[in-house]
Ligand binder design. Structure first.
Ligand code: HEC
Ligand code: HEC
Ligand code: HEC
Ligand code: HEC
Ligand code: HEC
Ligand code: HEC
Length: 500
């Protein structure tokens, strides 16, 4: 025992334990112990919970460990401050700062085992914590729900999309540590603006974090694939008393872009595999494209420009066309009121035998509302007023409100007008941004190939009832309801609201 006793000195030296008896260390201890128990509790709840909650994860793996670290730091700080109060020339100060480990001593062996065990435990918890932090900050609910107000429109639309099971980060972050860190830094900035509430409404049109398609879309979709023709049916209902059905059945010539896997043809011919299409857009949303350049498989280069565009192209950024220049809303598509009501009718959620239902529901949806609550109330009172003695009005109101909830976000000022889908040419200029026949080559005559009605698709049947049985594989001429007006710039009339 004698070897363990500390030699006595003239002034009593506070023992190491008693140096922890100060307010700072004690409060640190309380914080650390509570954080530890909070962590254990949250951790076990998280382990056994069936439904993952993003806030729970953040509390368990980010907030609680931070408090634990702050607590431990306070304990240490207090200890150091107490030690500093002992006069420097005290004979034992020197020996106090030297670590004597003697494995022959039972006490030292126990201490060592305790120390190693404790460190391993701490390391394990930190590793688990960092892994879980990584996991959580990459999760869909973190991206879509924690920032709920600003990202609600994107999250809601995403849940209805073909990519509802694809993680946000697969399209927005891309692989690798560099991308992870870059996104998290911009995420901090976003968090700051979210707390202040001074984020843009709607949030930036063009996502600053958008990775190039090669790193995102093409990690799942094979750009070389030859898709061939796709058949699609577009079901509409006119804005008349009987909600007359009007259907268009089309074969879309999607084709492919790699000569190794099939002919380079059709819509996918400009996916920049063998042909390369580059362009200049003069607006942020890339809706105005006055200049296009194509390099074909034989390296032949052709430039097209509109008559009005006489600028020097070196002033602009030239963009190479990729998947997202057509598929710009693969997972956040907001339907126009016209399209949304057509869909509900086609699926039987709105009864097409209810007179004027198409026109009236669209009218209820397009009014300017400041909040969702206001919209729900006014949609209800409007439709009740229109159908005073109708039993089916309850179901109609419910469906109209559901369409509104899925496609309109008045608080964020987001709807189909803010984020148009560029895949076709009816409600937005889409393909006609280039295929409008107005982009001319240097000869001043020939325009971009593929700009006549049968270049991209064949209409195999159209109309309703018996008319739909007249199928023509060679392609029919489009019969437009409003036949006197046949200006091909469809979106000049079709703005997504009903034409009266
Ligand atoms: C299949 C790929 C894909 C997935 C999955 C995806 N996004 Fe997007 N996202 C896009 C594309 C493409 C854009 C449009 C970029 C553009 O127009 O420049 C976009 C745009 C956005 C924008 C900018 C605003 C806007 O509407 O244009 C936000 C915010 C956003 N996404 C959030 C999310 C969140 C949150 C998730 C997960 C819940 C998610 N995204 C999942 C592809 C995706
Ligand atoms: C993590 C893998 C993954 C990524 C990344 C991804 N997709 Fe997809 N995509 C899928 C899957 C899986 C489907 C099929 C969904 C189904 O059949 O229900 C799909 C379907 C599609 C479809 C058919 C859509 C439909 O409505 O049927 C298109 C178009 C598409 N993706 C485009 C894109 C574009 C553009 C991007 C990049 C912005 C992208 N995808 C990124 C996995 C992915
Ligand atoms: C020039 C515009 C354009 C470009 C560029 C483009 N696509 Fe498409 N893609 C279309 C059109 C149009 C369709 C037909 C479907 C439709 O109209 O919704 C289609 C269909 C698809 C489909 C659905 C095929 C199916 O079998 O259902 C997938 C998947 C797809 N594209 C992926 C991609 C990917 C990945 C890229 C980039 C490598 C890409 N597309 C580039 C216009 C384009
Ligand atoms: C940025 C401009 C641009 C946009 C937007 C665009 N295209 Fe093209 N497209 C071109 C160019 C350039 C060519 C090559 C034409 C040529 O060689 O003269 C082309 C070729 C085609 C071809 C092949 C024509 C042929 O006969 O060889 C089809 C089909 C086509 N595009 C369909 C579409 C569809 C569908 C969309 C919309 C989803 C679309 N394009 C959007 C620029 C564009
Ligand atoms: C550059 C390619 C291209 C050209 C040229 C083109 N279309 Fe289309 N069109 C498309 C694509 C792509 C879609 C499918 C959009 C979608 O899937 O939402 C489409 C869809 C349509 C539809 C169905 C829309 C709906 O919602 O019912 C009609 C009708 C149509 N086109 C008529 C025409 C007519 C008429 C012309 C000639 C004036 C024409 N198209 C020229 C690419 C083209
Ligand atoms: C001068 C204005 C105008 C132009 C240009 C125009 N449309 Fe229409 N379109 C109408 C009107 C009006 C109706 C009837 C709407 C109703 O009763 O619901 C209509 C109805 C339709 C419908 C069926 C109903 C619906 O609401 O979708 C389709 C499909 C359609 N148009 C496609 C096109 C296409 C494709 C183009 C371009 C080639 C085009 N339209 C150009 C005015 C126009």
């Amino acid at each position: 025992m004698s070897e363990e006793s500390i030699p006595s000195s003239s002034t009593p030296l506070p023992t190491r334990l008693s140096r922890l008896r100060n307010w700072l260390s004690l409060s640190g201890l309380v914080v650390a112990v509570s954080a530890f128990f909070a962590f254990m509790l949250l951790f076990s709840v998280d382990l056994f919970a069936t439904h993952a909650n993003p806030y729970m994860g953040i509390l368990a793996y980010v907030v609680a460990p931070s408090f634990l670290l702050v607590g431990l730091a306070a304990v240490l700080m207090g200890y150091i401050l107490e030690t500093r109060r002992i006069p420097k020339d005290h004979p034992e100060m020197v020996s106090n700062f030297i670590l004597h480990v003697n494995l022959a001593r039972t006490r030292d062996r126990r201490l060592l085992v305790g120390f190693v065990g404790g460190s391993l435990g701490f390391l394990f918890l930190t590793a688990l914590g960092s892994y879980e932090t990584y996991h959580i900050t990459e999760s869909n609910s973190f991206c879509g729900e924690v920032c709920h107000t600003p990202m609600e429109p994107q999250f809601k639309a995403y849940q209805h999309s073909a990519h509802a099971k694809v993680a946000c980060v697969a399209c927005h972050v891309g692989p690798g540590a560099g991308n992870y860190i870059r996104t998290k830094i911009s995420g901090m900035r976003q968090l700051y603006h979210m707390i202040l509430g001074d984020f843009n409404r709607p949030i930036a049109l063009h996502n600053v974090n958008q990775r190039p398609a090669q790193e995102t879309c093409q990690s799942c979709h094979w750009a070389q694939k030859h898709t061939g023709d796709l058949q699609k049916t577009y079901r509409h209902f006119l804005a008349d008393e009987t909600n007359t059905p009007f259907t268009v059945q089309m074969v879309l010539k999607v084709g492919g872009s790699d000569p190794v896997h099939g002919p380079v043809q059709g819509i996918h011919s400009h996916m920049s595999v063998s042909n390369k299409v580059e362009f200049i857009a003069t607006d942020e949303g890339r809706l105005k494209i006055p200049w296009v350049r194509v390099t074909d498989a034989n390296q032949k280069v052709t430039e097209y420009r509109t008559k009005e565009f006489t600028d020097d192209i070196s002033k602009y950024d030239i963009r190479t066309m990729d998947c997202m220049d057509c598929h710009n809303r693969p997972s956040h598509k907001y339907l126009s009121p016209n399209a949304a009501v057509d869909q509900s009718m086609a699926f039987g959620r709105i009864d097409p035998t209810l007179p004027w239902a198409k026109a009236k529901v669209v009218k209820a949806l397009v009014q300017p509302y400041a909040t969702r609550e206001e919209a729900n109330q006014k949609i209800e009172s409007f439709l009740r007023g229109e159908y005073p003695d109708e039993k089916r009005v309850g179901a109609l109101i419910k469906e109209a409100q559901a369409i509104y909830a899925a496609n309109f976000f008045p608080e964020m000022k987001v709807d189909w007008r803010v984020h148009p889908d560029l895949i076709g040419h009816k409600d937005s200029n889409g393909c006609f941004r280039c295929h409008d026949g107005k982009h001319l080559a240097s000869d001043g005559k020939s325009s971009i190939k593929g700009s006549d009605c049968n270049a991209c698709h064949l209409i195999v049947a159209q109309g309703s009832g018996k008319d739909l049985e007249k199928v023509d594989a060679k392609g029919l001429t489009f019969i437009h309801i409003d036949s006197e007006n046949s200006d091909p710039s469809c979106n000049e009339c079709h703005n997504g609201q009903t034409q009266e």
